[in-house]
Design a protein around this ligand. Structure first.
Ligand code: ADP
Ligand code: MG
Length: 308
């Protein structure tokens, strides 16, 4: 039995030409395995193909070539089982204006063939904090409530895999925290989470593993920790006690005098130590008033890998 929640190989997607728009290849052959139990981040700039990939997994978009296995079930050979294993909170909310939250969840459960006795409508309403809005008109729901309802709809059939496409784009901090608390709790209960996000800080905090795609191709796939270690740069910033210029530096250290008078020294931590940098500063008789370090974060990794 495979331990992967998702197995994708040779996946391509070309959107057919329509009206004035030309045919567009959004995915150029993606190979990607996502282990069970992880929180997996799919990152990439706008138009990279993230939603296309996720919508193919969820069965909302038809792939052009390649194979997709969900929880061990081939999407083409076992469409029903593979669909049952996954729930998606899409990027674009489509909510039927005629249903109340309770009604929406019930209809969704019906679509997935969940028998009435096994429906968890009340439990889900509680999870997404909409119990008191259970019978409210969809039109009267705020934007945040609608997004929570979308999350609820993704959960009606108790999927092993939950896919979230930019779940926190444009939502306020309170809702974001609530969504993340829910995601963490579901992951603790064993649900595999796949998400796309624009907030790299969020990916850094939430994801065990990350794949970055750009122009429909996967450019990196690694654990979040390894990705952060990949840019082996550290920067030591000192505030001199009095105005000072950069001392002479070896090739392994780059210096910068900042506008505020602080001196920044960037070095490869595998080749040079902070001690070596400090020795140079002391030898140049620069008195240090304050000292801070800066490390590369996911944002730097992302920019380094997707600049093209
Ligand atoms: P992302 O989610 O990373 O921003 P998308 O998967 O939405 O990227 O889009 C990838 C590319 O495919 C983009 O160039 C986009 O314009 C194109 N695309 C997405 N959906 C469609 C569609 N329904 N028809 C034609 N082109 C599309
Ligand atoms: Mg998208």
């Amino acid at each position: 039995m495979t331990q992967n929640a998702i197995e994708i190989s040779g996946l391509t997607k070309t959107y057919a030409a329509a009206g004035r728009s030309e045919a567009k290849t959004a995915l150029h052959g993606i190979d990607l395995n996502i282990p069970r139990g992880t929180v997996f981040g799919l990152l990439g700039p706008n138009g990279a193909g993230k939603s296309t990939l996720i919508n193919i997994l969820a069965g909302l978009v038809t792939k052009t070539t390649g194979t997709v296995k969900i929880w061990g079930f081939d999407q083409d050979e076992n469409p029903r089982q593979s669909r049952a294993a996954i729930g998606i909170m899409p990027q674009e909310p489509h909510l039927d204006p005629f249903f109340t939250p309770a009604g929406s969840l019930d209809v969704q459960a019906g679509l997935y063939g969940v028998p009435k006795a096994q429906r968890k409508t009340a439990e889900i309403l509680n999870i997404i904090g909409l119990t008191d809005k259970a019978n409210a008109h969809a039109r009267s729901l705020s934007g945040g409530m609608r997004r929570r309802l979308l999350l609820g709809k993704a959960l009606v059939h108790s999927p092993q895999i939950l896919v979230l496409d930019e779940p926190t784009a444009g939502v306020d901090i309170e809702l974001r925290n609530m969504l993340w608390a829910n995601v963490r709790k579901l992951n603790d209960q064993g649900v595999t989470i796949i998400l796309t996000t624009h907030y790299l800080e969020e990916a850094e905090a939430m994801c065990d593993e990350i794949a970055i795609i750009n122009h429909g191709r996967q450019i990196v796939r690694d654990s979040t920790a390894n990705l952060l270690g990949r840019l082996d740069h550290k920067t030591l910033v000192i505030k001199p006690a009095s105005e000072a210029n950069l001392p002479a530096l070896p090739d392994t250290i780059t210096g910068q005098k900042r506008k505020d008078g602080r001196l920044a020294f960037t070095y490869q931590s595998s080749k040079t130590s902070a001690d070596a940098v400090l020795d140079i500063i002391r030898n140049a008789k620069i008195e240090i008033n304050d000292i801070t370090t800066e490390q590369s974060d996911l944002e730097d990794v992302f920019l380094a890998l997707t600049k093209s």
